[in-house]
Write a protein that binds this ligand. Structure first.
Ligand code: DAT
Ligand code: MG
Length: 141
């Protein structure tokens, strides 16, 4: 698999409950490294572009309004097989179905407010990183 980069967001509900440190600690303890990070509030335009694949879904409006409701931490995570590893550490989309010990099981509040985003493939990771980071902001670790 080799060293990969993936895109991660700590979502507004998790930032609000002061869980940034716990979530980053979980990533680091399982072998991922933070290669870029930015605390910001997403604009509606960027959020809609980021979630474009879900535009026709009934929850799209609710998703965008939640994701723009408060600060988020945008990150590039890197490491061996980072894309899949990140998805495993996050757990299932629905926190009620997420395995014990995953970030979503611990910090997710609902299907929508599920604490973290993680890219679902290498191609998605590159697309998503390019929306939020300039090339020079991604550190080579
Ligand atoms: P994931 O974030 O696990 O990749 P996804 O890409 O299917 O899941 O959906 C993107 C986000 O949209 C997800 O993190 C939370 C929200 N979402 C998905 N399905 C939903 C639903 N049925 N109701 C409300 N929000 C939903
Ligand atoms: Mg997804």
């Amino acid at each position: 698999m080799g060293i990969e980069r993936t895109f991660s967001i700590i979502k507004p509900n998790a930032v609000k409950k002061n869980a940034i440190g716990d979530i980053i600690h979980t990533f680091e303890s399982k072998g991922l490294r933070v290669a870029a990070a930015k605390l910001t509030i997403l604009s509606k335009e960027k959020c809609e572009l980021f979630y474009a694949e879900h535009k026709e879904r009934p929850f799209f409006g609710e998703l965008v309004s939640f994701m723009t409701s408060g600060p988020v931490l945008l990150m590039c995570l890197t490491g061996e097989g980072a894309v899949l590893k990140n998805r495993e550490i996050m757990g299932a989309t629905d926190p009620k179905k997420a395995d014990a010990g995953t970030i979503r099981a611990k910090h997710g509040d609902s299907m929508g407010e599920n604490a973290v985003h993680g890219s679902d493939s290498l191609a998605s990771a590159e697309r998503e990183l390019a929306i939020f980071f300039d090339k020079h902001e991604l550190v080579n670790l």
